[in-house]
Each structure stands twice: as C-alpha cells, then as structure tokens.
Design a protein around this ligand. Structure first.
Ligand code: ARG
Length: 569
C-alpha cells in the first residue's frame, strides 16, 4: 500500500524530465470526476500557459509515456488537457491488511497536558489533552518514538497564593486536605490576591521562598502536588489520555541557578531593576518587551521554567523535536522561549521546536463555554453531562445486558463524542461545543463511526454463525466496492498529511468518509443475502478491512470502539 498522490507525482515528474521539463510539482490531486478517474494532474495546463504550448498536446504526449507503465493504472486525457489516472482493480484488490510504517529513528517530546496545581481542569485543558493524545498516537504510528509529558503547572505564583491564604486563615497544613478543600482554598486566595494589596506581596514572597527551598513550604507544596496529581490522573484516565512523564515546572528548579549563570556568561541575561531579563531582538524594526526570567521579588517566571525544561529534555532524551500543544493565545510566549533557547545554544539547530496552538471552545453564544450558571465549565462536570446524554440514548433496560455494560457503552460514546467533536475541527479554529448532537449516530460524530464498526462486527459474526467464508483476497464486482477499496487505499495519504501538518482533523475526516462509503455499500448491496459465494465472501473481506481501518482511525483519535451499541427504539 502506498501513497498514490506521491506515486503519481513521481511518475509524472519522471516523464516530464525525460521531455526536458524540469518542474517541482506535478500538481496531482484527488480526481474531481470520480466517475472517470481516481487521481488527476493539471500540470499540462500550467506548462501550456507558462510556455505558450498547447496543453492538450503536452497532456497527450505525457500520457503516451505514462501508459507504458501498463497494468498498475490507466491514463486518459480529458478536457483542455487534464491527465486522469485510474488505478487498476488489481492494485486495489491486493490490499489485504492495514499498512504499517517503519521506525523513523526520530525521538519527539510532546508536551500536552498543562494542568495546574489546585485548579480544576476546565474545557481549555480538554483540547490540549485530546489533540495532544491524538498527535502522539499519529506520530507513533508513522514511526517516531514519542514521549508525552504532562508538564504540570506547579511552580508559580498560585502556590505562593495557596500558602499565604493558609497562613492568613491560620489553617494547620498537616490537616487532611482533598482536592475540593484545595480548590476552595485557591478560590479564596484568588479573592485575597485581587482585593488585598498586602496579600499580593505576601504571595510573591512565599513563591520565591518556596523556590529557594523553604522547608515548611516544600512540605506544603508536596501535599498540594500529591493531592492534585492523583485527582488529575483520574480525569485523564477517564479520558483515556496517557502520559509517559508526569513532570512539571518544579522539576527544573535545580537547574535554574546554573541556567542563569550560563545565560549571564553568554551575555544574554542581564539584571534590570532587580529582575533578570533577556533583551529580545527587534522585530520588523520594532523593540520588544524583554523576556523576564526572574521577577524583582526573586520568583522565577513561567518563561524561565519553560526554558529550563528545554535544557532538561535535551539532556534526558536528545530529541529531534519538542512539540507543545498549548492554547494559541500563548504563541508569543513560545516564540520568545524558542528564540532564547536557540540563541543560548540549548538545542541543536536541526531540532524542531513547535508550538501547536489551538482555538477556544465556545458555547452556543459564541463566547467561551460556560456552565448554565455562567461559571467556567469544569471538565469533570462536562464529562458527566456527556455521559448522561449518551445514557439517555440507550434503553433503560435490555434483556441479557448488564447495567455495567450499559454504563460502559454510555461512557465510550460520551468520551468518543467529546473527542470527535473536538478533533473534527482544525486545531486552530475555535468551535462551538454542541451539547445536543454529539452523542448521536447521525452526522459527523464519534458515534456515527463507532456505530459503523458495530454494524460491521454484527454482520461478520452473523456470517460466522452461518458458516460463511471470508475471502482472503477481494474481487471487485461493483462500483461501490471499488470506491470503498479506493478509499481504503488512501490511508497513507491521510495519515502522512495528518502527521506533516500536525492535524488530527485529517484522520477524523478520513474516518468519516470511510464510514460513509460503508453506509452506501451497506444500503445498496446485499451482503449476507448475496447468493453468489465469491461475491459474498469478497464483500465480507471488504467489510473486515473497513472495520479494521475504522478502528485504527478511532484509535488514532484516542477513541475506543464499543463491542455493541444498543439504541432506544
Ligand atoms: N499550565 C499551563 C496553562 O494552564 C500550560 C502549560 C503548557 N506547557 C508548557 N510547557 N508551557 O496555561
């Protein structure tokens, strides 16, 4: 199985070269006339225009040479000079399992959680988790060694705020604390921080004392940290999002002092009014605000920990790329961190540093998604809401199905629905969270694809009961079968594109197209009722291939496929 867009690209470039045309791109695209071809090239039209030649003549002469590659595909020229390619049925029929990629030898770190100590996860964190998890799986599939790091936000002013609030209220820190009491404490701390000038100062001092190693504060920090992490782990587990590293900002505290000395030696970091800063190069003739590493009160900034984390990652893994799946609004922050990391020589030139930004989740009013009461939507609450919706579509009771299984189904559909709704959009676009339709089996939903898998499974198991054979090799006997096989053939094209542009939406789109092709085959052709044994067994094979591919797509999106999906009638 190969990427046919690339294949035709190479074929055309080769014959063009033979004719003395040196071009970069043969302009291959998916055919917009699927009734007559699978792929097409518009190169003759472009060349004709550029060089004042007759495009139809160029196309004919290219087609003649291309036709020499008989057997694999056929070529024909249409219209003013489009070159149309159709793959032979034999090629499509040869496809008997999902393509797998070879190891690339690259190591990539992907930073995609970013939850913060003491703060409940909100819908913004959902996007980081869902997009990051999918990208990690896609990159692994394409052969990279990928290490996912949650990069816990655990070292900045919020911790100083918690400590100061505890002190203010005179609460004994040895007292039992759970996530609720910590987030309540944080809410009160935020109020104090906003309203009391003195408190702000105390929180800053507490933060820098913590970072300097104050023993009592360290114990407190440990407690906040442990309670938050264990709670956060539960949520990621529910979302089926898995990290390899559970590191955080605090893990680079030890290397911060050395980093400062080093940056000073290199003439990059300087003291300015009691703070430590790096002056950034002008951009388009304009001065930029300095990159602040350490504030006047001695506390390290978010920028400092991100810079130090690059040093740590390079030392531990010598990666070829470090990717950050973080809200698009942090673009400038990352541009600056990357610029300073490069100027300081903390990464080899070839290492790619990428901020993969994402847009906002909005409510139906187009504003950031809120609860009915107007507060920020907590991620846990959103998950529960989704599970309720999904449970509503299931029967209250079904003979021979345990309550446990119904609950599990609702969970799979709910999580799949949330993830698919997110991943069907481009990373960078904002989207409106639709609370009504995302668990339905119609439309572009996770459940639509899950349901296609369930239906195929049920056909295959009925076939087994009847003792029907599944062919080893497909034999195309109908146009719809051919379309489905051609779509299956496009798997490498989509996955490579998803990989290159770091876009899970390519995969969700592909899964949708494939599921739709299955639906038309299912509604138009007999499968179990097909009398001709050769046709039937080949069709069953097509279904099996489709099922495996759909499952793989869902897996790449981080979505699980239920065994069964019951529906209320
Ligand atoms: N904790 C941050 C936030 O909630 C996100 C961290 C993203 N990762 C990073 N290396 N800066 O905004």
């Amino acid at each position: 199985m190969i990427n046919y867009k690339e294949f035709f690209q190479k074929e055309v470039l080769k014959v063009l070269e033979g004719k003395g045309f040196i071009v970069q791109d043969a302009l291959i695209s998916q055919s917009n006339r699927p009734d007559i071809s699978d792929y097409q090239s518009n190169i003759s039209l472009v060349l004709g225009k550029q060089r004042g030649l007759n495009p139809r003549e160029i196309a004919n002469s290219l087609a003649e040479d291309l036709s020499a590659n008989g057997g694999l595909y056929s070529v024909r020229v249409d219209g003013p000079g489009f070159i149309n390619f159709s793959l032979s049925n034999k090629i499509l029929e040869d496809n008997s399992e999902i393509f797998s990629f070879c190891p690339s030898g690259r190591t990539i770190i992907i930073d995609y959680g970013g939850p913060n100590i003491a703060k409940a996860l909100h819908v913004g964190h959902l996007r980081a988790a869902v997009i990051g998890e999918s990208l990690k799986r896609i990159m692994r599939e394409v052969g990279d060694r990928v290490i996912g790091d949650v990069h816990f936000g655990d070292w900045g002013t919020p911790i100083g705020m918690l400590i100061s609030q505890l002190k203010k209220e005179g609460i004994d820190w040895r007292r039992e604390m759970d996530i609720e009491s910590i987030s309540e404490l944080y809410k009160r701390a935020s109020l104090s921080f906003k309203e009391e000038e003195g408190f702000k100062e105390q929180a800053r001092i507490a933060t820098s004392e913590l970072q300097a190693g104050n023993v009592e504060y360290m114990k407190l920090w440990q407690k906040f940290h442990d309670v938050s992490i264990s709670e956060i782990k539960k949520i990621y587990e529910r979302l089926d999002v898995n990290f390899d590293l559970w590191l955080g900002e605090s893990d680079v505290n030890d290397i911060l002092p050395e980093m400062f000395i080093d940056l000073q030696k290199k003439g990059l970091a300087v003291e300015s009014e009691g703070a430590v800063i790096v002056r950034l190069n002008q951009l388009k003739g304009r001065d930029r605000a300095p990159f602040i590493l350490r504030k006047t009160d001695g506390a390290y900034t978010y920028a400092a920990t991100d810079l130090a984390t690059i040093i740590q990652r390079v030392k531990d893994f010598n990666p070829d790329g470090i990717l950050y799946v973080v809200d698009a609004r942090q673009r400038e922050h990352f541009e600056q961190v990357f610029e300073v990391a490069r100027r300081a020589g903390y990464v080899r030139e070839e290492v790619s540093l990428e901020h993969l930004g994402f847009g906002t989740v909005n409510g139906s009013d187009g504003k950031p998604f809120k609860t009915r009461e107007g507060g920020v939507m907590n991620l846990v609450d959103l998950l529960s809401l989704a599970e309720e919706k999904a449970r509503d579509l299931l029967p209250d009771f079904s003979e021979g199905v345990s309550e446990e299984e119904l609950r599990k189904q609702a969970e799979q559909v709910a999580i799949g629905g949330i993830k698919y709704q997110d991943l069907k959009n481009n990373r960078i676009s904002d989207y409106i969270f639709d609370t009504d339709n995302f668990t339905k089996t119609e439309g572009r939903t996770g459940a639509y694809i899950q349901y296609a898998i369930v239906r195929i499974n049920s056909i295959l198991s009925k076939a087994k009961e009847k003792g029907y054979n599944i062919a080893r090799r497909v034999k195309i006997s109908h146009g719809i079968e051919r379309e489905l096989m051609l779509t299956l053939e496009r798997y490498p094209e989509f996955i490579l594109r998803a990989y290159e542009i770091r876009e899970p939406s390519e995969i969700s789109e592909y899964a949708y197209i494939l599921a739709q092709k299955f639906s038309s085959l299912y509604s138009e052709l007999n499968i179990l009722g097909e009398e001709d044994e050769e046709k039937r067994s080949s069709r069953l094979k097509i279904l099996e291939l489709t099922r495996d591919c759909l499952k793989k797509m869902l897996w790449l999106l981080g979505i699980s496929s239920p065994e069964r999906m019951l529906r209320k009638d």
